[in-house]
Each structure stands twice: as structure tokens, then as C-alpha cells.
Design a protein around this ligand. Structure first.
Ligand code: AMP
Length: 454
């Protein structure tokens, strides 16, 4: 299947070619023609499958044919988090660059004035989190009766975050005649009900069975005593070729503690969680994307929707209490055809959550002990030094290395990952939008796109 066969216009095909995509991913190949035929659609797909483009591309095509009136946007995309909203907005800029469509991003934590100015001018696409959208609606700043396409992205996440009543309220404000697209990585019964109530005879497309984990992510669990978690984590990091990683914690207060501890050990670590001001969140994400940070310690909410497609690792500092979150967390690595490794630390108290994950994903996670991981390094199989730290940790010089890591003039610390020697066994270059994976790659679902080769 080629992009040219999907019914997209020249302007869009040109933008796709600029991204270097060779062919549509399975979700794109299935979703785009159906959306162009004005059908409602339920898309079962994880992040990393190319699902964002599977709705932004046909939306741009459909919206090209008209213009928005002041305060009356023509399409609405609802996302659970600000980060995901920003990522969708980026997709519109990338794929719509030759079409001149206008968009507004309505999320909390940023000033309303700019958003109101944009709305007053008229926008084709509105990308919003539910709370801010309702807020602006209730202030009379926006009219929703010209919405022709509604997208509900990451619906299962909306459910986890308690947004379903808001979504239903918003749908009640939209015209009855519209096209509705719903995307979700999993299909809990509440989401099934939502789709039955608000979508009309939807076409269902799916790229991997619900709640299955990406096949190109190797998964390990280490059983630990709660007091040993940090040290065990560090041992694993030191034994692996970490180029960029998320470390997920269940509790926000643990994020700050762990970041402090990792920094003290000389790692380029930073935290990301919902209590941070939007400005800090944006800066942290930028620093991560620019390789100034290697280890991003985050909560589930913050970790979702960050468009970084080549994390080498995901670490679960805690076993997620909600099994679906595990699928989402480890879906942050092994994206866009790359391989990834996911490690999880589990205390005895967390065994029940581990069981739930294994039941949901219908697979056993390989149990490792850290000394095994360490010996792997010691026996020279991993010839790379740990790249998350530019200097191997000398315990007697903790203080000095701490200072070093915070010193922006330290060239070795600020050297971008792309300029460092890459790991011999994995290709985790921070190269975006290229399906140039290496061998064993199946990140776009069961079907393996040809452009990745093998
Ligand atoms: P998503 O599942 O929407 O989060 O997308 C994951 C990544 O895949 C993004 O970085 C996209 O730029 C990339 N991507 C989307 N479509 C394609 C494609 N057809 N070929 C290669 N990469 C793609």
C-alpha cells in the first residue's frame, strides 16, 4: 500500500514525503480511506503505531474544502493531556504545512487570552483538553455548532482520568450530524458503551489485539525489597545501554526524591508530573528532546502523549496499579520500528499488580536478578559505557560528579546523543519520523510494514 492510493491530495502527499515516510502504517492504511468516506470510526491502536497521522491526514483533506467562521471551529480533537494535545497540534503543522489550515490549542495551564484571540479569528481545527474547552464554552468564547468532525483520542486514558462525564457533556453541545472518530489502546466496557452511544455504525479498525504490548519491547521484572529500589535501578541503568529513558513512579513525591538522588549520582535526570507549571513542563520536555536530559522521571499522566519515538528504555520504578498503564508505559519505547527494553521493579506488595499485568497482556514477564544484569556488563557483552552518565560513577567522588552534572559548560555532559558513539547492539538514534528500524521490528502492530525491512 502506498500513500498515493489513499485518496489524499498533492499538498498532503508532499508534506508526508518531507517526513520521509515510505508507506502508510497499518492503522493509517485502514483508517484513512474510511475517514475520507465520512464514516465514523473506532481505532484500536497504541501510541507508536502512527495513529495520530491516521486521523490528522484525512482531517486535513476534508477540511481543505472550506473555511472557518469566527468562534466557530469546524473540527474538534479531544485529548486527555496537554502533552498529547501539543503533539497532535504538531502533527497538524507538519502534515498541513502546504494547506494553510488554522488551528487552536486549548489546554489548561496557559493564558486564555491568546487562545481567545485565535478563536475570534476563526479556526479550522480545535485541539483541546476537556476542562479548558468547557471553561471557554461556559464563558461564551466559543460556539460548537459548526463542528463537523469530532476525534476522541486515547479514550481509555480519558476514562482513567475521570473525563467521561465531560466528554458526554461536550458531545451534547455538538451538532447531531457530524463524523466521530474514537481512538483507544484498549477497549474497556465504558469506552465500548461510549462508542455505541455516540458513534453511528462505526467502522472498527485495529492494529493489535487490545491490551497487547508491543512485540519489539523486551520486558523484564526484578523482585526487590522496597529499600533497595533506587540502588537496583541504578545497577540496571549502569548495565544497560541507556540513551534515553522514562522512569515511571506511581507517586508524585517519589518523582522529586528520585530525581534528586539520580542527580546526586551524576545522572542527567529531571522530573515531569502534573503539578508542575506548564512552562516548566514544556522546558523539561524540550530539554529531553534536545538530549540535555537522559532520564525523565515521570507520572503516568505526564508520560503519556510525549512524542519521543526512540526511547531506549522504560523503567517502572513501581509496578503500575492499573494494568492498562503498563501497556501504555512500555509503549513509550520500541516505537516507530525501533527496539526497546522495559524493566520493572516489583516488591512483594506489588506482586498482585504484576499478576494483573501478566493476566491482561497474556504473557509472562522475564524475571531477572540484577546481579545477572551486572555480570552481563562485567563479562564485556555490553562494551558500551553507560551513556545516561558521561562519567562512570566513582562513589568516592559523588559530590564532584554532582557538580559536574549540573555544570552546563561540561562539554561531555552537553554532547547530543547523536554525536556519541551509538550502542553496538541497538539503533536508538534520536532520529524522528523515519521508519528505518533495524531488523526485529514489529512496532506497528501484527502486520509488519515493508518500509522497515528486516
Ligand atoms: P503515533 O502512534 O501517532 O504516536 O506515531 C508514532 C511515530 O510514528 C511518530 O513519531 C510519527 O512521526 C511516526 N510515523 C507516523 N506515520 C508514519 C509512517 N507512515 N512511517 C514512518 N513513521 C511514521
Amino acid at each position: 500500500m502506498q500513500f498515493e492510493q489513499l485518496g489524499l491530495s498533492e499538498d498532503i502527499l508532499k508534506a508526508i514525503a518531507d517526513c520521509g515516510y515510505d508507506e502508510p502504517t497499518p492503522i493509517q492504511a485502514q483508517a484513512i480511506p474510511n475517514i475520507l468516506m465520512a464514516r465514523d470510526l473506532v481505532g484500536l491502536a497504541q501510541t507508536g503505531t502512527g495513529k495520530t497521522a491516521s486521523f490528522t491526514l484525512p482531517m486535513i483533506e476534508i477540511l481543505q474544502g472550506g473555511r472557518a467562521k469566527a468562534r466557530m471551529p469546524r473540527s474538534l480533537i479531544l485529548t486527555p493531556t496537554r502533552e498529547l494535545a501539543a503533539q497532535v497540534a504538531e502533527n497538524f503543522d507538519t502534515y498541513g504545512k502546504y494547506t494553510g489550515l488554522s488551528k487552536a490549542l486549548l489546554t489548561g495551564g496557559v493564558s486564555m487570552d491568546e487562545q481567545i484571540k485565535l478563536l475570534d479569528r476563526g479556526v479550522d481545527v480545535l485541539i483541546a483538553t476537556p476542562g479548558r474547552l468547557l471553561d471557554l464554552f461556559e464563558r461564551g468564547r466559543i460556539l460548537l455548532n459548526d463542528i463537523k468532525i469530532l476525534v476522541i483520542d486515547e479514550a481509555d486514558r480519558m476514562l482513567d482520568m475521570g473525563f467521561i462525564p465531560d466528554i458526554e457533556k461536550i458531545i451534547g453541545l455538538l451538532p447531531f450530524t457530524r463524523q466521530t472518530l474514537l481512538f483507544s489502546a484498549t477497549m474497556p466496557k465504558e469506552i465500548r458503551k461510549l462508542s455505541q452511544n455516540y458513534l453511528s455504525n462505526p467502522k472498527e479498525v485495529s492494529v493489535s489485539a487490545p491490551a497487547t504490548t508491543a512485540k519489539n519491547v523486551e520486558q523484564f521484572v526484578v523482585h526487590v525489597h522496597p529499600k533497595d529500589k533506587r540502588h537496583t535501578l541504578e545497577k540496571i541503568i549502569r548495565s544497560e545501554d541507556v540513551t534515553a529513558a522514562f522512569i515511571f513512579c506511581n507517586r508524585k513525591r517519589d518523582i522529586d526524591d528520585l530525581v534528586r538522588w539520580l542527580k546526586g549520582k551524576g545522572y542527567k535526570a529531571q522530573g515531569l508530573h502534573g503539578d508542575m507549571a506548564q512552562k516548566n513542563r514544556t522546558e523539561t520536555l524540550e530539554a529531553f528532546k534536545n538530549d540535555e536530559i537522559t532520564l525523565l522521571v515521570c507520572s503516568d499522566v505526564a508520560g503519556r502523549g510525549i512524542d519521543v519515538d526512540d526511547l531506549s528504555h522504560v523503567f517502572n520504578f513501581d509496578v503500575p496499579m492499573n494494568a492498562d498503564d503498563y501497556v501504555h508505559r512500555i509503549g513509550r519505547t520500541g516505537r516507530a520500528g525501533k527496539t526497546g527494553r522495559a524493566w520493572m521493579l516489583a516488591t512483594r506488595n506489588e506482586d498482585k499488580y504484576l499478576d494483573a499485568i501478566q493476566k491482561l497482556t497474556k504473557q509472562k514477564i522475564t524475571v531477572k536478578d540484577v546481579d545477572e544484569a551486572k555480570s552481563k556488563k562485567d563479562d564485556g557483552k555490553s562494551s558500551q559505557k553507560d551513556k545516561s552518565k558521561d562519567k562512570p560513577q566513582d562513589k568516592s567522588k559523588d559530590k564532584a560528579s554532582d557538580k559536574k552534572s549540573d555544570n552546563p559548560s561540561d562539554k561531555s555532559q552537553s554532547k547530543p546523543k547523536s554525536e556519541r558513539k551509538s550502542a553496538p547492539k541497538k539503533d536508538n538514534n534520536k532520529k524522528k519520523n523515519k521508519g528505518d528500524g533495524d531488523g526485529d521490528v514489529k512496532g506497528f502492530g501484527d502486520e509488519m510494514p515493508n518500509f522497515f525491512g528486516s
